[in-house]
Design a binder for this molecule. Structure first.
Ligand SMILES: *[C@@H]1O[C@H](CO)[C@@H](O)[C@H](O)[C@H]1NC(C)=O
Ligand SMILES: *[C@@H]1O[C@H](CO)[C@@H](O)[C@H](O)[C@H]1NC(C)=O
Ligand SMILES: *[C@@H]1O[C@H](CO)[C@@H](O)[C@H](O)[C@H]1NC(C)=O
Length: 373
């Protein structure tokens, strides 16, 4: 045991601390419930009540497929690969947090669906305050969702689930399912989101799917998307082609032959952030139903597109592999540089705030346009 019994300095102090704690608990208990004011997009009528979606019966628990253990090399695989194989067939998990029906009751132009780990509270807060703010841009509605699983450690999960319940109550932007939030379960998260969207937000014209550590220039995105028809194919991001599975067992992206024999991946867009139309979301949903889950989420979407006979496209304003400033004199944090982009990967929470603030300055003077497209 690592824990030793605490030794109290004296009884008087213990009593004082105890009394204070009681007082504090009591005052918290009797104070009127604080009503968090939900963000209201400009121009919406006052909604005093939020409508919860109808409760669904929890799915039957999904059990490990133990016959996977008979596959050659199974026992030699790292734990996360074994877990992936054992639970690959599981697709129905109880939903722990949902958003009110009103999320998509107005025509949504751009739905921001951001993958976030349960404990990434600071990232979610910064996104809410910056580029992910629900608002209207050029008269078109933006809505925000965070896609979250549960912490694999039961102790941590108890705490963090309460945090997520609190965030859901305050911000109404959490979709949480009861599966372990791990790198190899990101595909599951993506598939569950597409399923959710089918019944709850199918009319959103476009979706930005991305991570919570990107900076997305949502205003530029709206301008770009306005030139597109939501009922035609659109899937753009940082295009990756001519790569295949990494067979080095210590890599984060290691995929052994027991998972796939293929040596080539179809073209796909880096998972940090990509844009798609509702036409393409429907196609992905259809394909995802028939394909086996593949542990790397962005590659899986490439496989879905291929099955549907669709191709991912490249947008030079989406830089999920980091940006290279056009010249050594330009810092890659220069807001003038970002003014031209749609999305950039790897931002610290405070950097999001700085960039958002800089880009929002009306008098941002940048001189010569820096060519980044
Ligand atoms: C379990 O694994 C075996 C061996 O790979 C496979 O043939 C079978 O279809 C799997 N069962 C389910 C329910 O996925
Ligand atoms: C995915 O989530 C399920 C359900 O929580 C879990 O049993 C499985 O181990 C997870 N898979 C990975 C690769 O983490
Ligand atoms: C979505 O749009 C279709 C027509 O495009 C319409 O029939 C349907 O009622 C809409 N659904 C919602 C939930 O707004």
């Amino acid at each position: 045991m690592k824990c030793s019994r605490p030794r109290w300095p004296n009884k008087g102090l213990v009593l004082a601390v105890g009394a204070f704690t009681l007082l504090l608990l009591f005052s918290l208990h009797v104070s009127p419930p604080t009503c968090a004011v939900p963000e209201k997009p400009p121009g919406t009528p006052e909604t005093l009540t939020w409508t919860s979606p109808p409760a669904r019966p929890p799915p039957t628990p999904c059990h490990a497929n133990t016959s996977m253990a008979d596959l050659p090399d199974f026992a030699q695989q790292p734990q996360h690969i074994r877990n992936f194989l054992l639970y690959r067939h599981c697709r129905n998990f109880p939903q722990l947090q949902d958003v009110p029906l009103e999320k998509c009751s107005q025509p949504v132009f751009l739905l921001l669906a951001i993958k976030s780990s349960p404990s990434n509270y600071e990232r979610r807060e910064l996104l809410r305050r910056t580029w992910g703010r629900e608002r209207s841009v050029q008269g078109l509605q933006l809505r925000r969702l965070f896609l979250v699983g549960t912490d694999p450690s039961p102790h941590e999960a108890r705490k963090v689930n309460r945090l997520l319940a609190l965030e859901a109550r305050t911000h109404r932007d959490i979709l949480q399912w009861d599966f372990h939030d791990s790198f190899f379960n990101l595909t599951l998260k993506q598939v569950l989101f597409l399923q959710w969207q089918e019944t709850r937000c199918t009319n959103a014209s476009f979706v930005l799917n991305g991570d919570d550590d990107v900076f997305a220039h949502t205003e530029n995105m709206v301008s770009y998307l306005q030139g597109h028809d939501p009922d035609r194919h659109l899937f753009v991001g940082h295009l990756i082609q001519n790569v295949g599975p990494i067979r080095i067992s210590y890599s984060k992206y290691y995929v052994p032959t027991v998972v796939t024999q293929e040596e080539k991946y179809p073209p796909y867009c880096g998972g940090g952030g990509f844009l798609l139309s509702r036409f393409t979301a429907t196609a992905l949903r259809r394909a995802a139903r028939v394909l086996d889950l593949f542990p790397i989420d962005d590659v899986f979407l490439g496989m879905c597109l291929k099955l549907e006979g669709l191709k991912p496209g490249s947008h030079s304003g989406i830089r999920t592999a980091g940006v290279h400033a056009p010249s050594a004199r330009l810092s890659s944090f220069d807001p003038c540089f970002y003014r031209e982009l749609l999305l950039v990967h790897r931002f610290l929470p405070y950097e999001m705030l700085l960039m958002w603030d800089a880009l929002s300055q009306a008098d941002l003077s940048c001189g010569k346009r820096t060519q980044v497209y």
